[in-house]
Every structure is written in structure tokens, then in C-alpha cells.
Design a binder for this molecule. Structure first.
Ligand code: IVH
Length: 678
């Protein structure tokens, strides 16, 4: 039997790959929150494809190489597409593009013209028009069945609700116009800025932001996200039209936004030049593209080539490699954070990677440097993880200069000269001197940051000068600064100095939560600060509380409680609070939480399909409830999404009511009701 010839190892490997791909599909399609880069995903997919082509019997009907995407369970109505929305086969190199062209030529017996388009990095949508009226908008979903998002699609810039009657006459009476909805880079930047100031999770990239924005239950939210779209297909293909190139012109005439960067190409040279050109130019565009799509132009030839269940044979997506650049390590410095953590940083000869200049990259900690064996003088490969944060991929050891030496963590703090220490079993090395100037400056930076005192115009350079000139020692000193003093700083105009003083003054009565967060207490992030503020209401009450009482607060627990208690009752902490009081800084009493869920604590675990974690938390808070991170006897209910963690077991053990997503949703709509099923 052929089956018997598949080695167990291959079988296990295929199962493992499938499971991992399914997991990433779920994160990507259902949650819009991928954990791995596209390149890593593609790599898994590739491995599975290779295994399956080696052992064709491994290719089951439900393998991700056969199906598109994933079927998801969400609150949106499911709709079946007129014809499946297929995906595209990928080419990761010029050689693979050439293989595609050769296959097409063999099948047709000639070399066809190809239409080259940009591969827009957004999400595919299908718009159903009946007699020129938009009847429905849907996402791709699993390719056969998508989600109905008509109201949201209507908020996307440029999508026509009605086609002019004389033009509509030329449309198939019922047709699906298909394209890509995307978010412009600038829009994402602004959206993330505003989300970060509200303490919300940031979108990792334009595609996730577009997908998250289109799949909102409230179309006003979608509208506020300024989505756009480009269209490139119509199903059924309009009669009497020659091919893809004409189709694009026709779609444009009908009023659909069509990407202007497309071209009819013939032969290897023209195709090669186009790919090359866009690999370089992509960063100049206002939106993200992740490759170029090549399509056989003539429709009759497309028909002749046909499609398999996943993708057409007449098109290919050339995917750009994640941009990697080589540069040289000119130094390895050690940066001291506000908690004293010493982080090695590779200082680089500046290099342009994926649209911005990178001049340093974190090496995380001593063990990481040793693992990658990064040395001064090395040529290294840099890329942007998820196209945002630069990372060091590897060292080109073959180009290592002679006489280079392995990195050693310095014995003393580069800022204050105090000894650096590393606890056994920990990966972090620390400077333990609380008076260390670097730590002080970082603490100041934290103090003025968003989520803390949020003081504008008070960046790292200004703070460094203020500390250097002895004008500021600790945060309280900021409030005594005069415009005359600030004006002494290099390059500081009088007006800017006055504005900085005004910005500082304006923050003398911060919210208690911002105040607590600003103190920079170890382990206390903005969430815990909020929990403490809304529980204790005033700083005085928090200072009077014992460690056990703080630990009792839902969402705090013993470790955080110890940290808070120790800080508030340490000489350093007491002095800081005293200095702030002297400077006239009084946190406002935390607003008493109102709403039907006041005093109720909810714990969310696992992932939900209709909310991101922060949206679910915001929904709880909007009703006056508290979203905590650990389950205790006082928890009102645990909401368990997909793959819930150990919190679910704790809840069961303690007899806390457990809700699934639909019960949770029901309760949000009926907040006065008792716990559903509780
Ligand atoms: S054509 C049957 N053209 O890429 C062919 N797709 O990886 C259908 N995409 O599902 C796709 N830009 O969401 C086509 N100019 C373009 C595209 C494009 C982006 C997306 C689309 C598709 C995915 C496949």
C-alpha cells in the first residue's frame, strides 16, 4: 500500500505543520492578531506544500494548502459567494516567477501578455450589485462563505452604492465586484497614536487595522477609520470584454477606485523590471503592498488555464522578501532603563530598512548577545519584525574582522559606575544604585510620558539637559522650573520655554491612576494603576492600606501588592511623595465608578471572535465594572473565549459563574440582569 510508504516522521511533521498553520490562520483571520510575520507563515505553508508534493497522500481535503483561510465563528451573518473567492499562488523568487511563466506558456502554447498589478495589503471584499445597486458587501471568509458587512462597506471611501444607470446597463445583472479594502499608512499611524493615548492595544500593521476596522459591529467606528479600497475583479466576467487590462479601465469608468499602478507586460525583461521597480518604490506609496500580482491578460486564456480549489492557474503573487539589509556594528553600548535593567544595544552604521533609517537595534540581554555572538566590527543582517521594530537577524561570521572579541557585559554601570549585578536564574543585569543618573533620567521620561503626567514638549533631549545642568533632580523639580531657567537650554526659544512651563503647570492635578503609574513602581503598569485608583479612590487611602489589603484587591495579587506597599513605605518612595506634595501636586480623587456593574469584577480569558481583549474590557468598564486579570472568590464572572487559560479551571474550582461569548454579549445588552446562567 502506498500509504505504508509514508514515513511516520513525515506524517507527524505534516500534522504538526497543519496544526500550526491552523492556529496562525485563526489568529490572522478571526482575531486580526497574528503572532508571526507573513514570511514565517509562508515558510510553514511552504514546508507543508513540499511535504505534500513529496507524499501526495498526505494532502487531505481539509489541508490548509487546499482550502483558503479559515471558517470562523463570529457575530456577522454568513453569506455564500456567487463563485468562490480564490486566493493566489505565491512566488518568493524570480525563479518561481519564471516557473509560473513557463507553465503558462506550456499550457497555452504561446507567451501571453501579463497584467501586472500591485498586491495591496488589506483584506479582500466582494460587493454584490443587482441592477447597479449595491446589495451586499462581504469579506472573503473561507473563500466559499464570508461575513456580511454591507453597512460597514458603505462607509469605505469611494465605494459606489449606486452605479449610474447608463453604465449599469453594461454590468451583468447580478455580479460581484471584488477588491481589497485597506488602511493608508498615515491613517494607521494616527489611529495607533490615539489608541496608545487611551491605553488600547495597537494594530500591528495596516492589514490588521483594516480587517479590525471593517469587522466592527458599529459602522460608525468603521467610518471613523477612513478605510479605502481598490477593485480588480468582476464575477461573472463582463461579456464582450477582452481581458484584465480592459476590465480595470471599465471598473474605473463605473466609478470604482482602481489602482493606477498597473501595466500590460510582455516577456521576461519587462516583468523583471516591474518587480524590481516596485520592490524599491513600495515605500513611497501611501499604502502597504506586499508584492506584485501577475495575471494572464486575455480572459479566454484565463478560462483555458482554469483554477484549482485554492487558486487560479492564470495568476501568481510575487511576494517581496522581508527587507533585510546588511550593516556594520560600530559599538555595543549598554542602556540603563528606569528600573536599572542594563540592555545591550548594537549601534549600527545607519541603514535604510523598509522605509526608515535604523541606527541601533536592541540585543535584549547578555544571553541573547552570546547566542547570536554579536561583536563590534561584525557585518550583521537587520530586518524589521512585522515591518515595524528592527531586529538583528544574524551575524555574517564569514566577514568577521580578525582579532574581534566576544561581547562581555560591563562590570559597572556606564552611567554611574556602580557595580552591575545579575541575580542567579535571571536574564536581566541591573544597576542597583537608585541615584544612578541614567535611571533618574529614564524615570523622569516615564514620569512625563503618556499615561503618566503626559507633559508635552518634554522629550529626552530636554530632560537630559535639565538633569545635566542640575536644574532637575527628581520629578518634583519639574514643577518649580521657570521660563528663564528653561531658556538657558541650548536652542530653546523664549516662547518654547514659556510653553513648556505652561504644559507642566497644566498637569498639577493629575488623575490618581496617572499619578500612580507615573511613580514608576516596579511591575505597576497603567492597568494596575487604574485598578488601584478606582479601588482606593485617594492616595491617602492607598498609603494607609496594609500589604494584605492591597493584595486582596481584585486584579492585584500578592506580587504587585508587595511592590506597591514597599515602594510607598520605602525611604525613596516616601521622599518622592513628600516632594511632590511640597511642589503642590495633588492627584484628583478617582471618580467613583458608576453603572449597573459597579463593584463587580470580571475576568476575561481566551480569545473572543467579536471583540479584541481591550474592547471587551472597555465594555465592562463602561458599565462600571472592573476587568481584572486574576480570578478570586470575589470575581463576579469569568468570560471564557476560545482556548481559555488556567483561569477557567480556577473559576470552576471556586464555583465562579463562567460565561461564553454569546452569554457575555447578552449580559452587556442586559446589564441589570443577574449573571446569565449563574
Ligand atoms: S487577484 C482569483 N489582485 O491577495 C484571484 N488579489 O494572496 C483573486 N490581493 O485574496 C485575487 N491585491 O485579497 C488580486 N491586485 C490584486 C490583489 C489581490 C491584493 C489579495 C487578495 C487575494 C490575496 C491573495
Amino acid at each position: 500500500m502506498a500509504e505504508a510508504r509514508i514515513p511516520a516522521e513525515a506524517r507527524a511533521q505534516a500534522a504538526d505543520l497543519r496544526e500550526r498553520i491552523a492556529h496562525h490562520n485563526y489568529l490572522y483571520y478571526a482575531l486580526d492578531a497574528p503572532e508571526v510575520s507573513d514570511a514565517e507563515y509562508d515558510n510553514l505553508f511552504r514546508q507543508l506544500q513540499e511535504l505534500e508534493s513529496q507524499y501526495p497522500r498526505l494532502r487531505t481535503k481539509d489541508s490548509p494548502t487546499v482550502r483558503v483561510g479559515t471558517s470562523v465563528s463570529t457575530p456577522f451573518r454568513k453569506v455564500r459567494h456567487l463563485t468562490p473567492m480564490r486566493s493566489l499562488n505565491d512566488a518568493f523568487s524570480w525563479a518561481e516567477v519564471e516557473q509560473f511563466r513557463a507553465r503558462v506558456q506550456r499550457a497555452l502554447g504561446l507567451e501571453p501578455d501579463l497584467v501586472a498589478e500591485l498586491k495591496i495589503d488589506g483584506l479582500a471584499v466582494s460587493l454584490t450589485y443587482r441592477e447597479g445597486q449595491l446589495a451586499q458587501g462581504a469579506t472573503r471568509g473561507d473563500g466559499e462563505v464570508g461575513e456580511e458587512v454591507t453597512a460597514n462597506v458603505l462607509t469605505v471611501d469611494g465605494i459606489p452604492a449606486t452605479i449610474q444607470p447608463e453604465l449599469a446597463a453594461a454590468m451583468p445583472p447580478v455580479c460581484e465586484v471584488r477588491g481589497e479594502v485597506y488602511m493608508a499608512k498615515e491613517v494607521l499611524e494616527e489611529l495607533n497614536l490615539s489608541r496608545s493615548s487611551q491605553g488600547l492595544e495597537l494594530y500591528a500593521n495596516c492589514r490588521n487595522a483594516a480587517a479590525g476596522s471593517l469587522r466592527q459591529l458599529d459602522s460608525e467606528i468603521t467610518r471613523s477609520r477612513h478605510l479605502r479600497a481598490f477593485f480588480y475583479a468582476c464575477d461573472p466576467f463582463p461579456a464582450g470584454m477582452d481581458g484584465q487590462f480592459d476590465l480595470l479601465a471599465w471598473l474605473e469608468r463605473l466609478g470604482f477606485p482602481v489602482n493606477p499602478n498597473h501595466k500590460l507586460l510582455h516577456g521576461a525583461e519587462e516583468v523583471g523590471a516591474w518587480l524590481e521597480q516596485w520592490r524599491e518604490r513600495r515605500h513611497l506609496l501611501a499604502y502597504e503592498i506586499d508584492g506584485v500580482v501577475l495575471k494572464v491578460d486575455r480572459h479566454s486564456w484565463q478560462e483555458e488555464l482554469g483554477a484549482d480549489s485554492r487558486a487560479p492557474r492564470w495568476a501568481v503573487a510575487y511576494k517581496f522578501p522581508p527587507e533585510e539589509r546588511e550593516t556594520k556594528v560600530v559599538a555595543i553600548s549598554v542602556s540603563i532603563g528606569r528600573t536599572g535593567a542594563a540592555t545591550p544595544v548594537a549601534e549600527l552604521e545607519p541603514v535604510l530598512v523598509a522605509g526608515s533609517v535604523v541606527s541601533h537595534v536592541t540585543l535584549h540581554n547578555e544571553d541573547q548577545v552570546r547566542l547570536k555572538d554579536v561583536r563590534v566590527g561584525d557585518v550583521v543582517v537587520i530586518r524589521k519584525a512585522g515591518d515595524v521594530i528592527p531586529e538583528l537577524v544574524r551575524v555574517q561570521t564569514s566577514q568577521r574582522p580578525e582579532g574581534s572579541v566576544p561581547f562581555a557585559m560591563p562590570k559597572v554601570c556606564p552611567s554611574c559606575g556602580a557595580e552591575l549585578a545579575r541575580e542567579p536564574g535571571e536574564s536581566v543585569t541591573r544597576c542597583l544604585n537608585p541615584l544612578c543618573p541614567a535611571q533618574r533620567q529614564r524615570r523622569l521620561l516615564h514620569f512625563v510620558s503618556r499615561g503618566a503626567f503626559d507633559i508635552d514638549r518634554c522629550g529626552p533631549a530636554v530632560l537630559a539637559e535639565l538633569v545635566e545642568r542640575g536644574l532637575v533632580d527628581g520629578p518634583a523639580d519639574l514643577f518649580g522650573l521657570t521660563a528663564e531657567q528653561i531658556q538657558q537650554l541650548p536652542g530653546m526659544a523664549r516662547r518654547s520655554a514659556q510653553q513648556l512651563v505652561a504644559a507642566i503647570r497644566a498637569r498639577r492635578q493629575p488623575e490618581l491612576s496617572n499619578f500612580l503609574y507615573a511613580l514608576g513602581i516596579r511591575h505597576i503598569g497603567d492597568r494596575t494603576a487604574q485598578v488601584l485608583a478606582s479601588h482606593f479612590g485617594t492616595l491617602q487611602r492607598l498609603r494607609r492600606a496594609g500589604q494584605a489589603e492591597i493584595a486582596e484587591v481584585n486584579g492585584v495579587g500578592p506580587v504587585l501588592a508587595e511592590s506597591v506597599f514597599h515602594f510607598l513605605h520605602s525611604p525613596g518612595g516616601e521622599t518622592l511623595l513628600e516632594q511632590l506634595t511640597q511642589a503642590g501636586i495633588t492627584p484628583r480623587e478617582a471618580a467613583q465608578v458608576q453603572g449597573p456593574w459597579r463593584g463587580r469584577t470580571m475576568v476575561l480569558t481566551g480569545s473572543m471572535t467579536g471583540f479584541t481583549r481591550s474592547e471587551a474590557e472597555a465594555a465592562v468598564q463602561a458599565l462600571g465594572g472592573l476587568a481584572a486579570s486574576s480570578v478570586s472568590r470575589k470575581t463576579a464572572a469569568v468570560v471564557a473565549g476560545e482556548s481559555p487559560g488556567s483561569k477557567l479551571e480556577v473559576a470552576r474550582r471556586l464555583g465562579i459563574p463562567v460565561l461564553d461569548e454569546s452569554q457575555f454579549r447578552w449580559w452587556l445588552d442586559h446589564p441589570e440582569a443577574e449573571v446569565p446562567g449563574g
